[in-house]
Design a protein around this ligand. Structure first.
Ligand code: NAI
Length: 312
């Protein structure tokens, strides 16, 4: 059996760690030797982060609580620096829901979701970034959602934020790669305060937050070189997603390239028989495509709609 992955000497920030997934991450990383900043919003009556910290320290682990909103992520990183002198791993996990059909959604519903998920993840990562790049090690996990990947009724605000975080991760992955600062995204599924109202009890029972932890811990380990990926994870299932692009159609870039020309070849445009799997902006050869387009006869000559029939 291989030896367990350890995190001795590492400093981890877990946002939204008073319960749910964040609590499970905190307990696990502390049990494997890391020092943990347990962040949650909390109030005077809600000492959820302290409860998690006590659970860790009572077992001999190292942890401190922080009650700043992730919108002030610099303060959370400051807590890590003050308590432990550095920051190695950021788990951007804090989250809220403001579900409403798009018809009923207000600007306030939209703004708060973007503030907590997108700005919050940005603020923590931004404050940690220089420490990570200077020390030549960093791991960041951003938390997306299947609702962002596939869409979900009543979650236009949340979906936008969650898939936005995937784009955010992908750029951080590129900018951090040379400095051994790797960023990945997860779309988890777990029973928690957030999901207990929207899932039946028998399903919730098989969705322990602990079943999301192994993937997250693996992605954060020194030995893991995964960067810029997105995984779906929950109930013991772990799967990676990627982009798939059809071969597509090259039209001549002139006035014969009309909506009707697209309509005629939409079957080919949507044909995934022989797909490609782009992983970067450079995977689209625009110069080559332009050359191909130049070589083409006009679509009209090639049998497409006549210019006269063009739908403008
Ligand atoms: P949860 O509701 O149990 O935990 C979220 C925690 O974030 C709460 O303790 C809350 O107090 C804290 N929080 C909220 N706003 C905050 C802020 N501004 N600053 C600091 N802390 C704040 O939720 P759960 O299920 O553990 O979710 C964790 C993450 O996973 C969230 O980002 C959520 O959107 C995402 N997610 C969860 C899914 C699930 O099935 N549980 C599905 C898809 C995504």
């Amino acid at each position: 059996m291989s030896s367990p992955l350890r995190f001795d000497g590492k400093v981890v920030i877990v946002t939204g760690a008073g319960g749910g997934l964040g609590k499970a991450y905190s307990l696990f990383f502390a049990s494997r030797g890391a020092s943990v900043v347990v962040n949650d919003l909390g109030t005077i009556t809600d000492a959820s982060a302290d409860i998690v910290v006590n659970e860790i320290t009572s077992k001999g682990g190292k942890a401190v609580a922080n009650y700043d909103s992730v919108e002030f992520g610099d303060k959370i990183v400051e807590t890590a620096i003050k308590a432990f002198g550095k920051i190695d791993i950021v788990l951007n996990n804090a989250g809220i829901l403001r579900d409403k059909s798009f018809t009923r959604m207000t600007d306030a519903d939209w703004d708060i979701i973007q503030a907590v998920h997108v700005k919050g993840s940005y603020k923590v990562a931004k404050a940690a970034w220089d420490y990570m790049t200077k020390q030549g090690f960093g791991r960041i996990i951003n938390t997306a959602s299947a609702a962002g990947i596939y869409g979900n009724f009543g979650q236009a605000n949340y979906s936008a934020a969650k898939l936005g975080l995937f784009g955010f991760s992908n750029t951080l992955a590129r900018e951090g790669a040379r400095k051994n600062v790797y960023t990945n995204t997860i779309a988890p599924l777990a029973a928690s305060k957030m999901t207990e109202t929207i899932m039946p009890p028998e399903i919730l029972a098989s969705l322990k937050p602990e079943f999301v932890v192994p993937l997250v811990a693996y992605l954060c380990h020194d030995s893991c070189k995964e960067n810029g990926s997105i995984f779906e994870v929950g109930a013991g299932f772990v799967s990676k997603l990627r982009w798939e692009r059809s071969r597509g159609v090259v039209f001549k870039a002139d006035s014969s390239f009309t909506p009707s020309a697209v309509a005629r070849r939409i079957g080919e445009i949507k044909d995934f028989k022989d797909p490609v799997y782009p992983t970067s902006i450079m995977d689209t050869d625009w110069v080559g495509l332009l050359e191909q387009a130049k070589q083409l006869k006009t679509n009209e000559q090639a049998g497409d709609l006549s210019f006269k029939d063009r739908v403008v």
